[in-house]
Write a protein that binds this ligand. Structure first.
Ligand code: PEP
Ligand code: MG
Length: 556
């Protein structure tokens, strides 16, 4: 038996065989092929596909952002068919019978080194290009296997960490639990695990060994403990806990259809956070009152190229229709920082969390923004839509967003395309200290606020939310955060606007009383957290606790 201690980030006990996530861009297998000619053809068709993909990307980039943007892909295209590059790969395959993946990897390394050692800065920069092109070809060579879970039974998935783009591609029906070496509780893997109601543990460092693969592991996403090949007694205890949790779940089921109302009659809305239309059944099963945050960037993460207006429209309409008139708040594209998407070709930055991300991308690449807004406005005809903008720091940004919305509305009107002309609510995420400080001014410009405590904690405490070593320094319960929430709620209410919380803190039952006392109007949580939260709300008497909560805020 081996006991592993990590940090529990999504509650529940799961049991199953341990399975290591395989990343196609990771270690490349190297072997001798029996038929070099067939291997060469395999390379050639991957190369042709890569050139085709790059051509499509260049066209798309030209449409969206002009000739300069297209040039990058065209350069990559030329590189992919460069005779020297091709010859080097061909020699390795044909003369040494090396497999295509290894031949591409070796050639990429050799060319990158050659470019990097050149005097000319322009040529030096080609090192990154040749690596990028080679990665694309490798991805195609291995593509079908990427992220696949080749197991006949569901597994506990182990990984060093998972990027959001990897997590979204996983076949969730095959995953009983997650266990990762790195990660942090507000990383998107942890958030996704909670959305899906899958137990998860992060930060187990190097405790997982390759020889453990296939062995039975029990993990407790509440305590952060995992046990490989547990002793009978421990196994029984953990399974008993699993049974108790299932029992609690059954009890919570009885709360379905009940109001989110405190003992003294204060009501609060409990909505859900989702990443894709496929999460909607979980919202309905858990009796979510609406959707408080649809992270639209997950649509972009699932695609190899910019999703077009029609594709986005279908996805938004699907969610709005399925929610049958209940509020659906869709957040515009929030990529950058930990959510990187290759085809956006974002420049590499020293501090991406403080760089070109989210709204900043939308406001500098208006065509991308317009496409999304058109899809959103068109979808508004099918339900009750709220649109919110992430990472706001200044009033001018909100004004630009509103102008972009008005322009899109006018376009649709001119084209005779229906949209909700009166009911769309426009809001912003409050997730930067600047937005908190300016919330009195911003409140006048919007219909609602939604506080993103994940980023607000990161930026207020100057603590990277992705870091796995900051421990107690990353403290979302910090009085600075709670006071910020109070400031935002007071300012919004002063101007008759409503405020929600959609960061992970919204589901933290230790703070439910505090949020109710402050007067938060809506809490948006992962679907599996709706009923536990309802339970906590229904046990609270706000009148009784308000004074002490306020005193704690003032004199923590
Ligand atoms: C947040 O920052 O709290 C938030 C809800 O947005 P995300 O986690 O997607 O950055
Ligand atoms: Mg955020």
């Amino acid at each position: 038996m081996v006991t592993i201690q990590g940090k529990g980030v999504s509650t529940g006990v799961a049991i199953g065989p341990l399975y290591f996530y395989r990343r196609s861009s990771g270690a490349i297998r190297r072997y001798t092929v029996p038929d070099a000619q067939a291997e060469w053809q395999r390379f050639q068709s991957a190369q042709a596909r890569a050139i085709e993909q790059l051509g499509e990307l260049a066209e798309k980039a030209r449409e969206e952002a002009g000739d300069d943007a297209a040039l990058l892909f065209e350069t990559h295209q030329m590189m992919a068919e460069d005779p020297d590059y091709e010859e080097s790969i061909g020699d390795l395959i044909k003369e040494q019978s090396l497999n295509a993946e290894a031949a591409v990897t070796d050639t990429a390394a050799q060319f990158a080194e050659m470019f990097a050692s050149m005097e000319d800065e322009y040529m030096q920069a080609r090192a990154a290009d040749v690596k990028d092109v080679s990665r694309r070809i490798l991805g195609i060579l291995q593509g079908a296997e990427e992220g696949d879970i080749n197991s006949p039974v569901p597994v506990i998935l182990a990984a060093d960490d998972l990027a959001p783009s990897e997590t979204v591609q996983l076949d969730k029906s095959k995953i009983l639990g997650f266990i990762t070496s790195g990660g942090s509780s507000s990383s998107h893997t942890a958030i996704l695990a909670r959305t899906m109601g899958i137990p998860a543990i992060i930060g187990v460092a190097d405790a997982l060994k390759p020889e453990m693969e296939g062995r039975e592991i029990i993990l407790d996403g509440g305590t952060g403990q995992a046990v490989v090949e547990a002793d009978p007694l421990i196994r029984e205890t953990m399974l008993k806990k699993r049974e108790e949790q299932l029992e609690l779940k059954r009890l919570l089921e009885t709360l379905k259809g009940q109001e989110n109302i405190t003992l003294d009659g204060q009501k609060v809305k409990v909505y859900c956070n989702i990443g894709t239309p496929q999460d909607v059944p979980a919202v309905k099963n858990n009796d979510g009152g609406g959707i408080g945050l649809f992270r639209s960037e997950f649509l972009y993460l699932q695609c190899d190229d910019y999703p077009d207006e029609e594709m986005q429209f279908q996805a938004y309409r699907e969610v709005l229709s399925a929610m049958e008139g209940k509020m659906v708040i869709i957040r515009t594209l929030d990529i950058g920082a930990d959510k990187q998407i290759g085809y956006f070709n974002l420049e590499k930055e020293e501090n991406p969390a403080m760089g070109m991300r989210a709204l900043r991308i939308c406001l500098t690449r208006p065509e991308i923004f317009r496409t999304q807004l058109r899809a959103l406005y068109r979808a508004s005809a099918y339900g009750k839509l709220g649109i919110m903008f992430p990472m706001v720091t200044s009033l001018w940004e909100v004004q630009e967003c509103k102008r972009a919305c008005q322009a899109v509305a006018q376009e649709l009107k001119d084209e005779g395309i229906p949209y909700d002309e009166t009911g769309i609510q426009i809001g912003i995420m409050v997730e930067t200290p600047a937005a908190v400080t300016m919330s009195d001014q911003l409140a006048r410009a919007v219909d609602f606020f939604s506080i993103g405590t994940n980023d607000l904690t990161q930026y207020t405490l100057a603590c990277d939310r992705q870091s796995s070593i900051l421990g107690k320094f990353f403290d979302p319960h910090h009085p600075a955060i709670l006071r910020a929430i109070k400031t935002v709620v007071d300012n919004a209410h002063r101007y008759g606007k409503w405020v929600g919380i959609c960061g992970e803190l919204a589901a933290d039952l230790e703070l439910t009383e505090t949020f109710l006392a402050i007067g938060v109007d809506e809490l948006s949580v992962s679907p599996s957290a709706v009923l536990p939260l309802r339970n906590a709300i229904r046990k609270t008497d706000v009148g009784k606790i308000r004074k002490s909560v306020m005193a704690d805020l003032l004199f923590p």
